[in-house]
Design a protein around this ligand. Structure first.
Ligand code: UD1
Length: 384
Protein backbone atom coordinates (compact mmCIF):
# COMPACT_ATOMS: atom_id res chain seq x y z
CA UNK A 1 0.00 0.00 0.00
CA UNK A 2 1.20 3.48 -0.81
CA UNK A 3 0.00 6.43 1.27
CA UNK A 4 0.64 10.13 0.77
CA UNK A 5 0.04 12.19 3.92
CA UNK A 6 -0.30 15.93 3.64
CA UNK A 7 0.62 18.75 6.01
CA UNK A 8 0.61 22.48 5.37
CA UNK A 9 0.14 24.61 8.45
CA UNK A 10 1.09 24.51 12.11
CA UNK A 11 -1.96 22.68 13.53
CA UNK A 12 -1.41 19.85 11.03
CA UNK A 13 1.93 18.86 12.48
CA UNK A 14 0.61 17.64 15.87
CA UNK A 15 -2.02 15.63 14.01
CA UNK A 16 0.24 13.93 11.50
CA UNK A 17 3.04 13.10 13.97
CA UNK A 18 1.23 10.18 15.67
CA UNK A 19 -0.06 8.87 12.32
CA UNK A 20 3.46 8.82 10.86
CA UNK A 21 4.66 7.04 13.99
CA UNK A 22 1.83 4.50 13.68
CA UNK A 23 2.92 3.74 10.10
CA UNK A 24 6.54 3.39 11.25
CA UNK A 25 5.50 1.02 14.05
CA UNK A 26 3.45 -1.05 11.59
CA UNK A 27 6.41 -1.29 9.22
CA UNK A 28 8.74 -2.42 12.01
CA UNK A 29 6.67 -5.53 12.61
CA UNK A 30 8.28 -8.27 10.59
CA UNK A 31 6.37 -10.52 8.24
CA UNK A 32 4.11 -7.72 7.02
CA UNK A 33 4.14 -6.11 3.67
CA UNK A 34 5.45 -2.62 4.34
CA UNK A 35 3.43 0.52 3.77
CA UNK A 36 5.13 2.98 1.48
CA UNK A 37 4.60 6.37 3.08
CA UNK A 38 5.30 9.73 1.48
CA UNK A 39 4.97 12.94 3.49
CA UNK A 40 4.11 16.08 1.52
CA UNK A 41 4.48 19.58 3.04
CA UNK A 42 2.59 22.17 1.03
CA UNK A 43 4.56 25.04 2.57
CA UNK A 44 1.55 27.09 3.72
CA UNK A 45 3.51 27.73 6.91
CA UNK A 46 7.19 28.21 6.20
CA UNK A 47 8.77 30.16 9.11
CA UNK A 48 11.00 27.87 11.15
CA UNK A 49 9.01 28.69 14.28
CA UNK A 50 5.71 27.82 12.57
CA UNK A 51 6.95 24.65 10.91
CA UNK A 52 10.49 23.28 11.27
CA UNK A 53 10.56 23.31 15.07
CA UNK A 54 7.48 21.07 15.14
CA UNK A 55 9.07 18.51 12.85
CA UNK A 56 12.12 18.46 15.11
CA UNK A 57 10.38 18.41 18.48
CA UNK A 58 7.64 15.93 17.50
CA UNK A 59 10.03 13.57 15.73
CA UNK A 60 8.36 13.92 12.33
CA UNK A 61 10.75 12.88 9.57
CA UNK A 62 11.68 15.55 7.05
CA UNK A 63 8.93 15.84 4.41
CA UNK A 64 9.70 13.81 1.30
CA UNK A 65 8.19 16.45 -0.97
CA UNK A 66 7.92 20.22 -0.41
CA UNK A 67 5.46 22.18 -2.54
CA UNK A 68 6.65 25.59 -1.25
CA UNK A 69 3.35 27.38 -1.90
CA UNK A 70 3.85 30.01 0.85
CA UNK A 71 1.43 32.79 1.77
CA UNK A 72 -1.17 34.45 -0.41
CA UNK A 73 -4.91 34.86 -0.73
CA UNK A 74 -7.00 31.73 -0.18
CA UNK A 75 -7.49 31.25 -3.91
CA UNK A 76 -3.77 31.62 -4.54
CA UNK A 77 -2.85 29.24 -1.76
CA UNK A 78 -5.41 26.60 -2.73
CA UNK A 79 -4.79 27.00 -6.47
CA UNK A 80 -1.01 26.81 -6.19
CA UNK A 81 -1.26 23.80 -3.90
CA UNK A 82 -3.61 21.99 -6.28
CA UNK A 83 -1.36 22.57 -9.27
CA UNK A 84 1.73 21.38 -7.44
CA UNK A 85 0.01 18.44 -5.73
CA UNK A 86 -1.54 17.21 -8.98
CA UNK A 87 1.95 16.55 -10.33
CA UNK A 88 2.85 14.61 -7.18
CA UNK A 89 -0.28 12.47 -7.45
CA UNK A 90 0.28 11.73 -11.12
CA UNK A 91 3.87 10.75 -10.49
CA UNK A 92 3.36 8.72 -7.33
CA UNK A 93 -0.08 7.17 -7.96
CA UNK A 94 -0.77 6.45 -4.26
CA UNK A 95 -3.58 4.21 -3.02
CA UNK A 96 -4.58 6.80 -0.44
CA UNK A 97 -4.15 10.47 0.33
CA UNK A 98 -4.46 11.19 4.05
CA UNK A 99 -5.38 14.75 5.03
CA UNK A 100 -5.76 16.14 8.55
CA UNK A 101 -7.65 19.05 10.09
CA UNK A 102 -9.17 21.94 8.20
CA UNK A 103 -6.52 24.20 6.74
CA UNK A 104 -6.18 25.24 3.10
CA UNK A 105 -3.78 22.35 2.43
CA UNK A 106 -6.49 19.91 3.60
CA UNK A 107 -9.01 21.26 1.10
CA UNK A 108 -6.60 21.65 -1.81
CA UNK A 109 -5.13 18.16 -1.56
CA UNK A 110 -8.41 16.33 -1.00
CA UNK A 111 -9.96 17.94 -4.07
CA UNK A 112 -6.89 17.23 -6.19
CA UNK A 113 -6.69 13.61 -5.07
CA UNK A 114 -10.37 12.90 -5.78
CA UNK A 115 -10.12 14.42 -9.25
CA UNK A 116 -7.28 11.99 -9.90
CA UNK A 117 -9.45 9.10 -8.61
CA UNK A 118 -7.35 8.55 -5.51
CA UNK A 119 -9.04 7.58 -2.25
CA UNK A 120 -9.04 10.23 0.47
CA UNK A 121 -8.96 9.63 4.20
CA UNK A 122 -9.77 12.60 6.45
CA UNK A 123 -8.44 12.51 9.99
CA UNK A 124 -10.52 14.81 12.22
CA UNK A 125 -13.65 14.54 10.10
CA UNK A 126 -17.11 15.77 11.09
CA UNK A 127 -16.24 18.91 13.06
CA UNK A 128 -18.76 21.66 12.29
CA UNK A 129 -18.99 25.20 13.62
CA UNK A 130 -21.94 26.05 11.38
CA UNK A 131 -20.13 29.31 10.62
CA UNK A 132 -19.62 29.70 6.89
CA UNK A 133 -17.61 32.88 7.44
CA UNK A 134 -14.79 30.71 8.75
CA UNK A 135 -12.48 29.55 5.98
CA UNK A 136 -11.91 26.34 7.94
CA UNK A 137 -15.64 25.47 7.87
CA UNK A 138 -15.60 25.52 4.07
CA UNK A 139 -12.47 23.39 4.10
CA UNK A 140 -14.10 20.85 6.44
CA UNK A 141 -17.34 20.61 4.46
CA UNK A 142 -15.66 20.10 1.11
CA UNK A 143 -13.09 17.64 2.43
CA UNK A 144 -15.69 15.54 4.22
CA UNK A 145 -18.02 15.55 1.21
CA UNK A 146 -15.24 14.09 -0.92
CA UNK A 147 -13.56 11.72 1.52
CA UNK A 148 -13.88 7.94 1.25
CA UNK A 149 -12.97 7.34 4.87
CA UNK A 150 -13.99 9.82 7.56
CA UNK A 151 -12.26 9.37 10.90
CA UNK A 152 -13.96 11.29 13.67
CA UNK A 153 -12.48 12.52 16.98
CA UNK A 154 -15.73 12.34 18.97
CA UNK A 155 -19.29 11.11 18.69
CA UNK A 156 -20.75 14.59 18.14
CA UNK A 157 -18.72 14.73 14.91
CA UNK A 158 -19.96 11.28 13.93
CA UNK A 159 -23.51 12.54 14.45
CA UNK A 160 -22.83 15.59 12.25
CA UNK A 161 -21.77 13.32 9.41
CA UNK A 162 -24.79 11.04 9.80
CA UNK A 163 -27.00 14.10 9.80
CA UNK A 164 -25.43 15.19 6.50
CA UNK A 165 -26.22 11.79 5.01
CA UNK A 166 -22.71 10.33 4.90
CA UNK A 167 -22.89 6.55 4.45
CA UNK A 168 -22.35 4.73 7.74
CA UNK A 169 -19.58 2.51 6.35
CA UNK A 170 -17.45 5.55 5.50
CA UNK A 171 -17.42 6.82 9.10
CA UNK A 172 -15.17 5.50 11.88
CA UNK A 173 -14.97 6.98 15.37
CA UNK A 174 -11.28 6.73 16.23
CA UNK A 175 -10.70 9.44 18.88
CA UNK A 176 -8.48 12.48 18.87
CA UNK A 177 -4.97 12.28 17.40
CA UNK A 178 -4.09 15.64 19.03
CA UNK A 179 -4.30 13.89 22.38
CA UNK A 180 -1.93 11.14 21.18
CA UNK A 181 0.64 13.90 20.77
CA UNK A 182 -0.21 15.50 24.10
CA UNK A 183 0.19 12.22 25.97
CA UNK A 184 3.43 11.35 24.18
CA UNK A 185 4.99 14.68 25.14
CA UNK A 186 3.36 15.51 28.48
CA UNK A 187 6.26 14.33 30.64
CA UNK A 188 8.90 16.25 28.72
CA UNK A 189 6.78 19.42 28.87
CA UNK A 190 6.15 19.00 32.60
CA UNK A 191 9.88 19.01 33.32
CA UNK A 192 10.45 22.40 31.63
CA UNK A 193 10.89 25.70 33.47
CA UNK A 194 8.49 28.55 32.68
CA UNK A 195 11.22 31.15 33.19
CA UNK A 196 13.49 29.42 30.65
CA UNK A 197 10.69 29.17 28.09
CA UNK A 198 10.01 32.89 28.39
CA UNK A 199 13.67 33.89 28.28
CA UNK A 200 14.32 31.81 25.17
CA UNK A 201 11.35 33.13 23.22
CA UNK A 202 11.15 36.81 24.16
CA UNK A 203 10.24 38.96 21.20
CA UNK A 204 12.28 41.73 22.79
CA UNK A 205 15.29 39.99 24.33
CA UNK A 206 16.03 43.11 26.41
CA UNK A 207 12.70 42.84 28.30
CA UNK A 208 13.37 42.36 32.03
CA UNK A 209 11.44 39.43 33.47
CA UNK A 210 10.58 38.91 37.13
CA UNK A 211 12.89 36.31 38.75
CA UNK A 212 9.89 34.15 39.56
CA UNK A 213 6.83 34.06 37.34
CA UNK A 214 3.76 33.94 39.57
CA UNK A 215 0.22 33.82 38.25
CA UNK A 216 -0.26 34.32 34.55
CA UNK A 217 -2.74 33.77 31.77
CA UNK A 218 -1.83 32.83 28.21
CA UNK A 219 -3.26 34.51 25.13
CA UNK A 220 -3.23 33.30 21.54
CA UNK A 221 -5.23 34.97 18.82
CA UNK A 222 -4.99 34.74 15.05
CA UNK A 223 -8.46 34.22 13.53
CA UNK A 224 -9.33 36.74 10.82
CA UNK A 225 -12.61 37.45 12.69
CA UNK A 226 -10.60 38.68 15.71
CA UNK A 227 -7.52 40.29 14.22
CA UNK A 228 -8.44 41.62 10.79
CA UNK A 229 -10.70 44.49 11.91
CA UNK A 230 -9.44 47.36 14.05
CA UNK A 231 -12.86 47.90 15.63
CA UNK A 232 -12.76 44.31 16.96
CA UNK A 233 -9.08 44.03 17.83
CA UNK A 234 -8.61 47.37 19.58
CA UNK A 235 -11.20 46.91 22.38
CA UNK A 236 -9.88 43.40 23.08
CA UNK A 237 -6.34 44.73 23.31
CA UNK A 238 -7.47 47.54 25.62
CA UNK A 239 -9.25 45.05 27.88
CA UNK A 240 -6.14 42.88 28.05
CA UNK A 241 -3.83 45.77 28.87
CA UNK A 242 -6.13 47.59 31.27
CA UNK A 243 -7.80 44.72 33.09
CA UNK A 244 -5.99 41.39 32.66
CA UNK A 245 -2.51 42.86 33.13
CA UNK A 246 -3.79 44.60 36.27
CA UNK A 247 -4.31 41.22 37.92
CA UNK A 248 -1.58 38.99 36.52
CA UNK A 249 1.02 38.62 33.82
CA UNK A 250 -0.19 37.97 30.31
CA UNK A 251 1.98 35.70 28.20
CA UNK A 252 1.32 36.16 24.51
CA UNK A 253 3.07 34.03 21.89
CA UNK A 254 2.15 36.10 18.90
CA UNK A 255 1.12 34.79 15.50
CA UNK A 256 2.76 36.56 12.51
CA UNK A 257 -0.66 37.55 11.16
CA UNK A 258 -1.67 39.20 14.45
CA UNK A 259 1.56 41.11 14.79
CA UNK A 260 1.15 42.42 11.24
CA UNK A 261 -2.38 43.60 12.00
CA UNK A 262 -1.41 45.29 15.29
CA UNK A 263 1.25 47.20 13.38
CA UNK A 264 -1.19 48.11 10.62
CA UNK A 265 -3.74 49.46 13.13
CA UNK A 266 -1.15 51.48 15.08
CA UNK A 267 -1.55 49.31 18.19
CA UNK A 268 1.86 47.68 18.23
CA UNK A 269 3.68 50.39 20.19
CA UNK A 270 1.16 50.24 23.01
CA UNK A 271 1.23 46.44 23.23
CA UNK A 272 4.95 45.97 22.93
CA UNK A 273 5.76 48.65 25.50
CA UNK A 274 3.38 47.37 28.20
CA UNK A 275 5.30 45.89 31.14
CA UNK A 276 2.48 43.47 32.08
CA UNK A 277 2.65 41.61 28.77
CA UNK A 278 5.33 39.12 27.89
CA UNK A 279 5.36 38.96 24.11
CA UNK A 280 6.90 35.81 22.69
CA UNK A 281 7.69 34.45 19.26
CA UNK A 282 5.45 31.51 18.34
CA UNK A 283 6.58 28.83 20.80
CA UNK A 284 7.18 25.14 20.13
CA UNK A 285 4.86 22.31 21.11
CA UNK A 286 6.42 21.42 24.47
CA UNK A 287 6.72 25.06 25.49
CA UNK A 288 3.06 25.70 24.78
CA UNK A 289 2.03 22.59 26.65
CA UNK A 290 4.00 23.66 29.71
CA UNK A 291 2.65 27.23 29.57
CA UNK A 292 -0.86 25.77 29.33
CA UNK A 293 -0.37 23.36 32.27
CA UNK A 294 0.50 26.13 34.71
CA UNK A 295 -1.72 28.99 33.46
CA UNK A 296 -4.57 30.53 35.46
CA UNK A 297 -6.50 30.67 32.24
CA UNK A 298 -6.12 30.38 28.48
CA UNK A 299 -7.61 33.08 26.27
CA UNK A 300 -7.60 31.72 22.75
CA UNK A 301 -9.27 31.39 19.39
CA UNK A 302 -7.35 28.20 18.56
CA UNK A 303 -9.23 24.93 18.14
CA UNK A 304 -6.33 22.74 19.24
CA UNK A 305 -5.83 24.66 22.46
CA UNK A 306 -9.49 24.20 23.36
CA UNK A 307 -8.88 20.46 23.19
CA UNK A 308 -5.65 20.58 25.13
CA UNK A 309 -7.25 22.75 27.84
CA UNK A 310 -10.03 20.17 28.12
CA UNK A 311 -7.57 17.37 28.90
CA UNK A 312 -5.36 19.53 31.13
CA UNK A 313 -8.32 21.19 32.85
CA UNK A 314 -7.13 24.74 32.16
CA UNK A 315 -10.07 27.20 32.22
CA UNK A 316 -10.32 28.26 28.59
CA UNK A 317 -11.99 31.43 27.36
CA UNK A 318 -12.62 30.74 23.71
CA UNK A 319 -12.57 34.03 21.82
CA UNK A 320 -15.20 32.91 19.33
CA UNK A 321 -18.99 32.88 19.05
CA UNK A 322 -19.12 29.25 17.99
CA UNK A 323 -16.92 26.21 18.01
CA UNK A 324 -16.57 23.12 15.85
CA UNK A 325 -15.39 21.38 19.03
CA UNK A 326 -18.45 21.52 21.33
CA UNK A 327 -17.13 18.52 23.25
CA UNK A 328 -14.56 20.88 24.84
CA UNK A 329 -17.27 23.17 26.22
CA UNK A 330 -18.29 23.24 29.87
CA UNK A 331 -21.78 22.04 28.99
CA UNK A 332 -20.21 18.82 27.68
CA UNK A 333 -17.90 18.50 30.69
CA UNK A 334 -14.96 20.36 29.16
CA UNK A 335 -13.04 23.45 30.32
CA UNK A 336 -14.00 25.98 27.67
CA UNK A 337 -16.50 28.86 27.60
CA UNK A 338 -17.41 30.66 24.39
CA UNK A 339 -16.89 34.37 24.97
CA UNK A 340 -16.82 35.71 21.41
CA UNK A 341 -14.97 38.93 20.79
CA UNK A 342 -17.17 41.26 22.80
CA UNK A 343 -15.34 42.74 25.78
CA UNK A 344 -18.31 42.56 28.17
CA UNK A 345 -18.63 38.80 27.63
CA UNK A 346 -14.87 38.24 27.88
CA UNK A 347 -14.73 40.27 31.11
CA UNK A 348 -17.59 38.38 32.71
CA UNK A 349 -16.02 34.99 31.99
CA UNK A 350 -12.54 36.17 32.97
CA UNK A 351 -13.79 37.35 36.36
CA UNK A 352 -15.17 33.88 37.07
CA UNK A 353 -11.90 32.15 36.20
CA UNK A 354 -10.15 32.86 39.49
CA UNK A 355 -12.85 30.86 41.27
CA UNK A 356 -12.55 27.92 38.85
CA UNK A 357 -10.83 24.74 39.92
CA UNK A 358 -8.86 22.79 37.31
CA UNK A 359 -10.93 19.85 36.20
CA UNK A 360 -9.19 17.67 33.62
CA UNK A 361 -11.57 15.73 31.38
CA UNK A 362 -11.05 12.90 28.98
CA UNK A 363 -13.71 12.55 26.29
CA UNK A 364 -14.23 9.02 24.97
CA UNK A 365 -11.24 7.65 23.01
CA UNK A 366 -9.04 10.66 23.77
CA UNK A 367 -6.69 8.05 25.12
CA UNK A 368 -3.44 8.57 23.21
CA UNK A 369 -4.10 5.68 20.83
CA UNK A 370 -6.19 7.30 18.11
CA UNK A 371 -3.55 7.23 15.36
CA UNK A 372 -3.21 3.46 15.59
CA UNK A 373 -6.98 3.22 15.10
CA UNK A 374 -6.73 5.59 12.11
CA UNK A 375 -4.24 3.29 10.42
CA UNK A 376 -6.28 0.19 11.26
CA UNK A 377 -9.37 1.79 9.75
CA UNK A 378 -7.45 2.55 6.60
CA UNK A 379 -6.04 -0.97 6.32
CA UNK A 380 -9.44 -2.53 6.94
CA UNK A 381 -11.23 -0.33 4.42
CA UNK A 382 -13.24 -2.19 1.84
CA UNK A 383 -14.82 -0.17 -0.95
CA UNK A 384 -18.63 -0.37 -1.13
C1 UD1 B 1 -3.83 28.96 9.16
C2 UD1 B 1 -5.13 28.15 9.06
C3 UD1 B 1 -5.84 28.15 10.39
C4 UD1 B 1 -4.94 27.72 11.52
C5 UD1 B 1 -3.70 28.60 11.50
C6 UD1 B 1 -2.71 28.26 12.56
C7 UD1 B 1 -6.30 28.18 6.91
C8 UD1 B 1 -7.47 28.71 6.19
N1 UD1 B 1 -6.04 28.74 8.09
O1 UD1 B 1 -4.19 30.32 9.42
O2 UD1 B 1 -6.93 27.26 10.31
O3 UD1 B 1 -5.61 27.83 12.74
O4 UD1 B 1 -3.07 28.44 10.23
O5 UD1 B 1 -1.64 29.14 12.50
O6 UD1 B 1 -5.64 27.30 6.40
N2 UD1 B 1 2.77 33.88 7.97
C9 UD1 B 1 4.09 34.05 8.25
N3 UD1 B 1 4.86 32.91 8.35
C10 UD1 B 1 4.35 31.66 8.18
C11 UD1 B 1 2.99 31.53 7.88
C12 UD1 B 1 2.21 32.65 7.79
O7 UD1 B 1 4.59 35.14 8.39
O8 UD1 B 1 5.09 30.67 8.31
C13 UD1 B 1 1.91 35.10 7.88
C14 UD1 B 1 1.75 35.55 6.45
O9 UD1 B 1 1.71 36.93 6.45
C15 UD1 B 1 0.37 35.04 6.08
C16 UD1 B 1 -0.36 35.10 7.42
O10 UD1 B 1 0.64 34.80 8.40
O11 UD1 B 1 -0.23 35.79 5.10
C17 UD1 B 1 -1.48 34.10 7.53
O12 UD1 B 1 -1.03 32.79 7.21
P1 UD1 B 1 -2.03 31.73 6.55
O13 UD1 B 1 -1.34 30.43 6.40
O14 UD1 B 1 -2.69 32.31 5.36
O15 UD1 B 1 -3.17 31.58 7.63
P2 UD1 B 1 -3.13 31.49 9.22
O16 UD1 B 1 -3.75 32.73 9.74
O17 UD1 B 1 -1.80 31.09 9.76
Amino acid sequence: MKIISVVGARPNFMKIAPFVHAVEAYNRQSGREKIEHILVHTGQHYDDRMSKVFFESLGIPEADIHLNVGSGSHAQQVGNTMMAFEKVIQEEQPDWVVVVGDVNATLACSVTAKKEHIKVCHIEAGLRSGDMDMPEEINRLVTDRLSDLLLTPDLLSTENLRHEGVAEEKIRFVGNVMIDTLEAHREKAEAMQIETILQENLLDPSQKLPGHIGEYSVLTMHRPSNVDKKEVLEPIVNFLLDEVCEKELLIWPIHPRTRKQLERFGLWEKVSKHSGIILLHPVNYHEMLKLNMSATSMLTDSGGLQEECCVLGTPCLTLRWNTERPITLKEHGGASTLVGNNVAAIREAYQKVSKTVRKPQRPELWDGKAAKRCLEALLEYTPQ
